[in-house]
Write a protein that binds this ligand. Structure first.
Ligand code: IPM
Ligand code: MG
Length: 353
């Protein structure tokens, strides 16, 4: 098939891992006879430096003309001055909003090869396989806010509409139907009105999915259950901010934040694919970043936006094989294991396609 993929490397380790992901996609294209066209655009801090805008109109045009978007990361200390009028993160939030990418899928699973060095006891990590479905274009991230006000106060607003909750709940229930048929909805219904609407709506949506078992957890309890019984979760659905926080917490289960991919989807499966890890300025430019989260994001792009399931699975197995062969980047190397570079790990994965 012919497909155009918008490539947005962004900041920090973004360009390093995105570069490897485009190489990997070219290997896939060669092996399976596809024609992938890559068109690069600027986003985040680099775009602020070059144009003053974290999401230049040219980048939006490139993404509009593409079949899917592959993004590295945005942000870094250079642009994190709290008094700055524009943050690199605005570029990413702008893209999510512009394309109405309301469903953010973040799969988290434990790799047997990494369990022995994980910070949690190995027996807790048996069979961990969770899919987070995070609402991505509403909630407190996009509610009314007052940035400066009188200088002594400011506010953000958490608000949800019924249709917004319904839309993301439907994605979560359908995903659960294709998996182990369990859904956990996370909210703060004991305190927040918007979260009571969230819970009521999820309960209503469940009527169409009576084969899925539904559980509700308050977000504070959820943080604890995620670490004490991670293996009991199947799909977890949460609002924008709670989903943001819980998915970082859950990365500990996978061994490293560097392992986690994400897909941000619109109703028609157009999507933006990015690793969960962010720009990691502390290790940028050293060639030691873990490319797995990025590679798994590329696999999700093939699976969801291009519907190339075999090609997606080929990437996933190649990563498993590289791990099984003992290759580890620094973030997942245990005591006594010599870490390999981004380049070495990526080359190993590509050689196994
Ligand atoms: C994420 C990130 C973003 C978010 C930032 C970079 C705006 O933390 O994708 O989880 O908060 O959504
Ligand atoms: Mg986050």
């Amino acid at each position: 098939m012919k497909a155009t993929i918008a490539i947005l490397p962004g900041d920090g380790i973004g360009p390093e891992v995105v570069g490897k992901a485009t190489e990997l996609l070219s290997v896939i294209a060669g092996k399976y006879g596809h024609d992938f066209v890559f068109v690069e655009g600027m986003i985040g801090g680099i775009a602020i430096d070059e144009t003053g805008d974290p999401l230049p109109p040219e980048t939006v045009r490139i993404c509009e003309a593409a079949d899917a978007i592959l993004l590295g990361a945005v942000g870094g200390p250079k642009w994190s001055d709290p008094t700055a009028t524009v943050q690199p993160e605005r570029g990413l939030l702008g893209l999510r909003q512009h394309f109405r990418l309301f469903a953010n899928l973040r799969p988290v699973k434990t790799y047997p090869a990494l369990v022995e060095h994980a910070p949690l006891r190995a027996e807790l990590l048996q069979d961990v396989d969770i899919l987070f479905v995070r609402e991505l274009v509403s909630g407190i991230y996009f509610g009314q806010r007052q940035e400066q006000g009188d200088g002594d106060s400011s506010y953000d607003t958490m608000s949800y509409r019924r249709d917004e909750v319904e839309q993301v709940a439907n994605v979560a229930f359908r995903a659960a139907q294709g998996r182990r048929k369990k859904l956990c909805s996370v909210d703060k219904a004991n305190v927040l009105a918007s979260m009571r609407l969230w819970r009521r709506t999820v309960v209503e949506v469940q009527e169409e999915y009576d084969d899925v078992e539904l559980e509700h957890l308050l977000v504070d309890a959820a943080t604890m259950h995620l670490l004490t019984r991670p293996g009991s979760f199947d799909v977890i659905v949460a609002g924008n901010m709670f989903g943001d926080i819980l998915s970082d917490e859950a990365s500990v289960l996978a061994g490293s934040l560097g392992m986690l991919p994400s897909a941000s989807l619109r109703a028609d499966q157009f999507g933006l694919y990015e690793p969960v890890h962010g720009s990691a300025p502390d290790i940028a430019g050293q060639g030691i970043a873990n490319p797995i989260g990025m590679f798994l994001s590329a696999a999700m792009l093939l699976r969801y936006s291009l519907r190339l399931e075999n090609e997606a699975a080929a990437i996933e197995s190649a990563i498993d094989a590289a791990l099984a062969a003992g290759l580890r980047t620094a973030d997942i190397a245990g005591v006594g294991q010599t870490p390999v570079s981004t380049d070495e790990f990526a080359t190993a994965v590509m050689s196994k396609i």
